[in-house]
Write a protein that binds this ligand. Structure first.
Ligand SMILES: [Zn+2]
Length: 272
């Protein structure tokens, strides 16, 4: 699944290709990707609009057009492909055609979403962005603020780190890496963590995500960012998908926490 660093890679690579391109036509083969407007409204609003910028908030891409914001989440398998005349395959659900090429939203699982808003609307007050918290890099996400939230939560810390309302942008891979680097057991009840633990988690989140962004993210299983750039962060993973702990050389444990495959070292990350 693309996580924040992968989405950042997609954003940067798409920016090089689609900025200043005007949408000449749109064809939609699976309209359930579009969440808040009808297929007809989506097409009539966007044809003639030019891509002016692309932002990211957590794992959401925010495309800026002349009069609209298009908010896209890739979920499990979504990707944007740049193509020319090639035949459209069954996984290409929404095709934006420009003068010389087209951009196709490809999603084998069909879990991705798109929301369209006029620019006079504050998109951070609307779905889906109103449910997304601050990123670890955001100054508004402070240790005290996070610690206070953690105090009210009885879930395992692994589950809390995946909750995008609490911290935006940490997915399954990076949550495992953050917990390993802080030596915190993924099953630790969130409200049992000290203020010092919270500080360590926040610092580790920044460090892990920064490094992953600089390496273009991680490519695990089928995720490929737009025009097939593969992330190199998989070489830097210390615990996620590993067999042996790089610190103590003992066997890494794989468990499921809230149905998400979770890797940790029982020796280095004992349950306190
Ligand atoms: Zn270990």
């Amino acid at each position: 699944m693309p996580e924040l660093p992968e989405v950042e890679t997609v954003r940067n690579s798409l920016k090089e290709i689609i900025l200043n391109q005007t949408i000449r036509s749109i064809s939609i083969n699976y309209n359930k990707i579009i969440k808040n407007v009808s297929e007809e409204n989506f097409i009539s609003s966007l044809v003639g609009q030019t891509f002016l910028d692309i932002d990211r908030h957590g794992k959401y891409l925010i495309f800026h057009l002349n009069d609209y914001y298009l908010i896209s989440h890739l979920r499990m398998e979504g990707k944007y492909l740049i193509k020319n005349e090639e035949e459209i395959n069954k996984h290409e659900h929404i095709i934006f055609t420009f003068d010389d090429f087209n951009m196709r939203y490809h999603d084998t699982r069909k879990f991705g979403t798109m929301h369209l808003y006029q620019k006079n609307i504050n998109i951070f007050d609307e779905l889906p962005l109103k449910n997304v918290g601050y990123e670890p890099f955001d100054n508004r996400l402070t240790i005290d603020n996070l610690y206070n939230k953690f105090q009210k939560m009885k879930k395992p810390i692994k589950t809390t780190l995946l909750d995008q309302k609490i911290i935006a942008g940490l997915g399954n891979i990076y949550a495992d890496e953050v917990l390993y680097s802080t030596r915190i057991n993924p099953l630790t009840q969130t409200n049992k963590l000290s203020r010092e633990d919270v500080e360590k988690i926040l610092n580790a989140s920044r460090k892990v995500l920064k490094k992953a962004i600089s390496l273009g993210g991680t490519t695990i299983r089928s995720f490929v960012s737009s025009h097939d750039i593969s992330g190199r962060f998989q070489n830097e993973l210390l615990i996620h998908t590993k067999k042996t702990c790089p610190n103590c050389r003992k066997e890494v444990a794989k468990i499921y926490v809230g149905s998400r495959g979770t890797y940790y070292c029982p020796d280095c990350q004992p349950l306190r």
